[in-house]
Ligand binder design. Sequence first.
Ligand SMILES: [Zn+2]
Ligand SMILES: [Zn+2]
Length: 334
Amino acid sequence: MKVQAYAAVEAKSKLTPYTYELGAIGPEQVDIKVAYCGICHSDLSMINNEWGMTQYPLVPGHEIVGEVVAAGDAVKNVKIGDKVGLGWLSASCMSCQECMDGSHHLCANNEATIVGRHGGFADYVRGHWSWAIPLPEAIDMSKAGPLLCGGITVFNPIILANVKPTDTVGVIGIGGLGHMALKFLKHWGCEVIAFSSNPTKKAQILEMGANQVINSKSPEELEQIAGKLNFILNTTNVSLDWNSYLSTLAPKGKFHTVGAVLEPMAIPAFSLIGGEKSVGGSPVGSPTLTKTMLDFCVRHEIYPTVEEFPFEKVNEAIEHLEKGKARFRVVLKK
Ligand SMILES: [Zn+2]
Ligand SMILES: [Zn+2]
C-alpha cells in the first residue's frame, strides 16, 4: 500500500509531500486511516532532531484518531471499522515484566510512533493492536487526537500521585499539556491553581477551570500560597526556580514533571526532607489507563481547546505552534 504523507527531510526543514510504501501487514498489526492528528511539541523536537534520534525522512504525528482499515490475523480487541486512537507509542513487546503488569508504556522494547518509523501526518498509519485504543462511541473525533499523547501524559500523574478531590493542586505552564491538566483536575474536584506568566492567557485560563492564576515570576504571589499545594504538575520544558515552587507544596506534597527539561533540575535536599515532599516524573500512560481517561473525558465532556488546520497547511500549523500562538492545541484534519 502506498501512503501519502508529509515528511521532514532534514533537521529544521519544512515538511514536504512524501509517498512511501507500507509493506505487508504483520499478524498483530492494524492499519489506521487517519481522520485527525494533533501536533505535539515532541513532533517539533523530532523534526529538529533535538533529542539526537531522528531518522530522515521523518513523518511526524502521534496524536492520531481514525478508523481501522486492515488487521493482521492475530489482532485482538479491535477490528476493521473500529474508531481508534494511536499516541506516542505504537507497539510494545507484550511479554516483559512491565507489559505483563499492564504498564506497557514502561516496556524497554517499546516502539514509538515517530522514532525509526513513520507517524500520522499521513493518510494511513500502522501500529500494534495493543496501542490502537478503542474510542468511546460518543467521543468528538475532531478534538480527541491530543488526548492520545498530551492528554494521557497529564492524566497519568493524577493517578500516580493519588490526587484527591479535596486537594489543592498547581499546574505549571498553561499550554498544550497544561490546559488539559487544568480541565482534568477541575473535574477531579480539586482547587486548581495555574502558574502562568502570560497575562494575555489569564481570562481563558480561569474559564477553563482554574480557581486562581498565579504569576510565576512574582515572588509575592508565590509567597501567598506557600505550603498550600498537595500536588504540582510541571508541563514546561525550561529550567525554572524549582525551589520556589517546592516552597508552595504542603507537607507530604508531590512535585511531578512531565516537561522534558533538558538541564539537570537543581533541587535542594532540605526543601524535600522537612516536609516529606517528593519529586517524580512520568512518560505517557498505559493503554488501559488511556481507555479509562477517554471514558472520563466523554462522561464530563473534557476536550482540549483546539485550533484546526487542514493537512495541506501543515507548515503553517507548525509555525503557529512554534511561535507560541497556539490556543491551546493544534489539530490537523484530513
Ligand atoms: Zn506527544
Ligand atoms: Zn514489554
